[in-house]
Write a protein that binds this ligand. Structure first.
Ligand SMILES: Nc1ncnc2c1ncn2[C@@H]1O[C@H](COP(=O)(O)OP(=O)(O)OP(=O)(O)O)[C@@H](O)[C@H]1O
Ligand SMILES: Cc1ncsc1CCO
Ligand SMILES: [Mg+2]
Length: 518
């Protein structure tokens, strides 16, 4: 069979009940096509057959003129009656073999799938594309199955990448101007990404379907900055750029919005000030959009406390910064320690992109679905370096992020390059919130280094851990308590020295590139 050349980028599914007052479905479809919709599926769940066919004919006049394929939801008889371009069928509808026999080899057949097993069956049956979903809970359609999130899409794309025949994919389920960019780009796996998004209410219910469609198409087609990974990195060239990032924080005073637990709040704010950034600690949703709009802003989400509404607060905050293409750092505090935390992290990763994810071994392993010997909220270091390197590399690649795994030795990975950093002092493990504060520093650094988030992570860890080494032996430091004050002092001193061109402190850096042993 010769595969049909269909552009699935923006696939409109109609719903007669969502059309705004004063307009018609036909007008909305026309306006959506004017904005760039590439496929239309006519979905009429309650219409009588004669009305469905009549409507299909009027819609077909519009799609034909625009050269956009028209698919019919569920009803093979309607598709045949109007000679539509194809049909879309659900798991409980007519079987693919019968549909194919009646429609012939040239028509498009698509099927809704939620799991790899359903995708595998659809591929075997010979569908042209699968509609993957529901991604999120939707008001448009009563969900029969739990939403699968971005991770659910990834699993199906990974499966499809191993199949010799190309079966196209669209995602469906609450895809709109807020959700679409992440669903499309974060779900990509090596060699495979979604061909498009299927949208219902965001377009059909819109006052201006043309503008919304145009914007949605941009979200599908334009690759966000965080999909780019810089190849061929080596330690000396990255280290050479570290002073510039630290200086830039002093000269540009990035605004760091910290959503951070009460244990760490004061410490984190002081550290932000010490390195030249401008902190604001806030969990107040109505001001998130304003904060995200501040030039050079960055957001740190630290899941320190598990309160009732925390996930909603985090999602809203991450969404506000993502909309402005400003960076977000995640500190998944104690991610594996309770069911509440595991499910919170899952929700966040199924919706948000993070520029940096920073955690200790227990936290990072838990997110990656690996087992570590973690206890409480403190880090342990039982795993072999090789195991840790594998975990950070895979997680960074999957989430299109930079992973910082802290401990006695720190690992930083962009999914392609992994550095091992061996600075720091044991006092850091003896004070609370030492990891949380590193997250705040990373927020400041990434705010001025969006094009190179790996460098921002390296600069953060080096400044912090070398400052800790100096603080531990500073005059008057007798233990963890006095160490905290000295640490803030050293961050301030080193940051200012760097901005003034004195980078001799960086000679203490102990960094090597991780190379897998044969
Ligand atoms: N034994 C150690 N020697 C040197 N540096 C350390 C040691 N333990 C931790 N660090 C440093 O302390 C910082 C925080 O790492 P750690 O793994 O303790 O975070 P964490 O457990 O998340 O902290 P917290 O939960 O207290 O905020 C990192 O910069 C790390 O390099
Ligand atoms: C001790 C503690 N409890 C919740 S958050 C936190 C700070 C260290 O992560
Ligand atoms: Mg610790």
């Amino acid at each position: 069979m010769v595969p049909r050349k269909v552009d699935y980028s923006l696939y409109l599914v109609t719903d007669p009940y969502l059309v705004p007052n004063g307009t018609t479905l036909e007008e909305q479809v026309q306006k959506a096509i004017d904005g760039g919709v590439t496929v239309v599926q006519l979905r009429e769940k309650d219409a009588e057959t004669c009305d469905f066919i009549a409507r299909a004919k009027t819609i077909q006049e519009i799609t034909k003129k625009a050269g956009v394929p028209l698919l019919i939801n569920d009803r093979l008889d309607v598709a045949l009656a109007i000679d539509a371009d194809g049909i879309h069928i659900g798991q409980e509808d007519i079987d693919v073999a019968t549909a194919r026999k009646l429609l012939g080899p040239d028509k498009i057949i698509g099927m809704s799938v939620s799991y790899v097993s359903e995708a595998a069956k659809a591929v075997e049956d010979g569908v042209d594309y699968v509609g993957i979903g529901a991604i999120y809970d939707t008001a448009t359609k009563k969900p029969k199955k739990p939403p699968i999130g971005i991770n659910g899409v990834r699993k199906i794309l990974s499966y499809l990448s191993s199949v010799p025949r190309y079966v196209a994919t669209v995602a469906i389920g609450s895809l709109n101007l807020k959700t679409s960019r992440n669903v499309v780009h974060l779900s990509a796996v090596p060699g495979r990404r979604l061909d498009g998004i299927a949208v219902v209410s965001a377009i059909i219910a819109a006052e201006d379907p043309t503008a919304v469609s145009r914007e949605l198409l941009g979200l599908v087609r334009d690759t966000p900055y965080w999909m780019t990974v810089i190849p061929n990195r080596d330690v000396s060239s990255v280290l050479a750029e570290v002073p510039a990032v630290i200086s830039k924080v002093r000269s540009e005073t990035p605004f760091v919005h910290n959503i951070v637990n009460r244990v760490a709040t004061n410490f984190a704010a002081n550290v932000n000030l010490a390195i030249g950034s401008s902190p604001a600690m806030s969990e107040n949703i109505p001001e998130f959009d304003d904060f995200a709009g501040i030039p050079n802003s960055a957001l740190l989400i630290n899941m320190g406390f598990g309160t009732d509404d925390w996930v909603e607060t985090y999602l809203t905050a991450a969404g506000a910064y993502a909309k402005k293409l400003r960076p977000v750092v995640l500190d998944p505090v104690a991610a594996g320690a309770s069911e509440l935390r595991k499910s919170a992290v899952k929700s966040l990763l199924n919706r948000c992109h993070f520029d940096i994810i920073k955690g200790n071994e227990g936290e990072i392993f838990s997110i990656a679905g690996e087992v570590s010997q973690m206890r409480g909220v403190d880090s342990t270091s039982n795993s072999q370096l090789q195991k840790k390197a594998k975990v950070v590399e895979a997680l960074a690649a999957k989430e299109k992020t930079i992973v910082i795994l802290t401990g006695k030795e720190d690992l930083i990975s962009d999914g392609m390059t992994t550095f091992v950093l061996r600075n720091g002092h044991g006092y850091l493990a003896d004070i609370t919130a030492s990891g949380c504060v590193l997250g705040s520093i990373a927020g400041a650094m990434v705010a001025v280094s969006l094009h190179d988030r790996f460098l921002a992570a390296v600069a953060s860890v080096l400044l912090y851990t070398i400052a800790a080494e100096r603080a531990a032996v500073a005059p008057g430091v007798r233990g963890p308590g006095t160490f905290i004050g000295a640490l803030i002092d050293e961050l301030y001193i080193l940051s200012n020295a760097t901005a003034n061109g004195d980078v001799s402190w960086l000679e203490a850096a102990r960094v090597e590139q991780y190379v897998e042993e044969a």
